[in-house]
Design a protein around this ligand. Structure first.
Ligand code: NZQ
Ligand code: ZN
Length: 389
């Protein structure tokens, strides 16, 4: 087992009717009065939740920032930064899915940053956020795990860029996770949630067999649970048993636990982020496009683990070769059974240069060795994308 270190400081309050905890949870971390609630395009207005939340937060001097879009935009987030500076806000409350929560992580660091925060996202040497405003979140879409991890992904569509950031400053102080929010999600977002959680697990599992036996079983438990509930929750999001299991799976898939003591991959995500940046394809859709082709292209390196996955998760029998191949087919079929297409041409007709652009970008960033063995080259990424056309 590899050495590891883990800190997961976010307080999780999980279940129905927990919203009345929000005021106390904020007060545990903030003694002032100025709270900014940040949210997306308006689903929480339409559901009536925002009105309820205002009631719960009546003791605070409450401010609202609406309009953090899916794949949160740098320019929008900088408007929130200006607002916070002008109004001397002391605590941020993100209400939404991964995009709102990620956006708030970025904002919390950018508020007190002296330079242009874009340079932090570009990872320019020495350019880092050194402090962050405290923030908590109310999760409305189970998918990313952002509610209790310290990562964020920020887009800048004018540059066709999507960049990652994170670090110990960016754990939410608390996450309220109420599965009844799942009931109002459209099918597309439900399927996205299942696939994102599934792929987060695969990124930390589908590498090579490890001697961290418990971690292997944790990952297989999450994958098996998502297979068990996936189609059901997309069809019946009001079913609390299904909704609560999706919410907990998505959280556990990326709260930091699965990576402990094992190698991780993440190449599917790195390539997928480029498809969102270039074509605006939903995050989870990009994973459904890339993952099966990456497993095929990296077949020899991943064969032993694919075979383990095929036997333990899909209950296949046969040689390693047979089981591994069948496991890839089943995985893609699972994504498609949720209504998610798995080729780039299903989403855009302007893809002829995509593979070459991604190769060039990876070369420029010196990403010469991605994957669990740092062997996946920009040329491999190009081939994977070509195979996904
Ligand atoms: O904006 P509103 O009107 O609220 O609508 C949202 C949005 O349009 C809607 N929605 C959310 N909750 C709802 C709801 N509609 C009805 N009922 C509800 N209860 O769903 C739409 C999509 O929301 P979004 O937050 O974009 O989805 P998701 O949670 O999938 O987040 C995707 C973003 O997270 C990043 C992705 O790259 C992408 O930018 N990721 C963040 C990660 C992390 N921080 O750890 C890891 C992931 O791999 C991922 O990269
Ligand atoms: Zn993801």
């Amino acid at each position: 087992m590899n050495n590891f270190e883990i800190t997961t400081p976010t307080t999780i309050v999980f279940g129905k009717d927990q919203i009345n905890r929000v005021s106390d949870l904020i007060s545990n971390h903030y003694s002032g009065k100025s709270v900014l609630v940040l949210y997306g395009g308006g689903s929480i207005e339409r559901s009536g939740f925002l009105a309820q939340l205002k009631g719960e937060l009546s003791a605070f001097d409450l401010h609202l920032f609406k309009g953090i879009e899916a794949n949160p935009e740098f320019d929008t987030l900088m408007k929130a930064v200006e607002y916070i500076r002008e109004h001397n806000i002391g605590f941020l409350l993100a209400v939404g899915g991964g995009s709102v929560i990620d956006g708030v992580k970025f904002i919390s660091g950018a508020v007190n940053y002296a330079g242009d925060p874009w340079e932090v996202l570009l990872r320019e040497p020495g350019k880092v956020f050194t402090n962050a405003l405290p923030f908590g979140c109310i999760l409305t879409l189970p998918a990313t795990g952002s509610e209790s991890n310290s990562g964020a992904v920020i887009s800048r569509s004018s540059l066709k860029e999507k960049r990652t950031m994170g670090g110990p400053l960016f754990f939410p102080k608390f996450a309220i996770m109420d599965p009844t929010f799942v009931a109002t999600l459209p099918k597309r977002q439900l399927a996205n949630g299942v696939i994102d959680a599934f792929t987060h697990t695969m990124e930390q599992y589908l590498t090579f067999p490890s001697d961290n036996l418990l971690q292997e079983r944790y990952a297989e438990g999450i994958l098996s649970t998502l297979l068990e509930i996936g189609q059901g929750v997309v069809e019946n999001p009001t079913d609390y048993k299904l909704a609560s299991n999706l919410m907990w799976c998505a959280n556990q898939a990326l709260n930091g636990l699965l990576r402990c003591g094992v190698a991780t991959d993440w190449a599917t995500h790195m390539i997928g982020h480029e498809l969102t940046a270039l074509h605006g394809i939903d995050h989870a859709q990009t994973l459904a496009i890339i993952a099966p082709r990456l497993y095929e292209q990296q077949f020899e390196q991943k064969k032993a683990k694919l075979a383990q996955y095929g036997r333990r998760v899909w209950h296949k029998t046969g040689t390693d070769e047979e089981v591994a191949q069948e496991a890839i087919v089943e995985t893609e079929q699972f994504f498609r059974s949720l209504g998610v297409a798995t080729h780039i041409s299903d989403y855009t007709s302007e893809y002829s240069e995509t593979a070459a652009i991604i190769r060039q970008r990876f070369e420029e960033r010196n990403w010469t060795g991605l994957g669990e063995r740092q062997l996946l080259t920009p040329a491999d990424a190009e081939q994977i994308v070509l195979n996904a056309y």
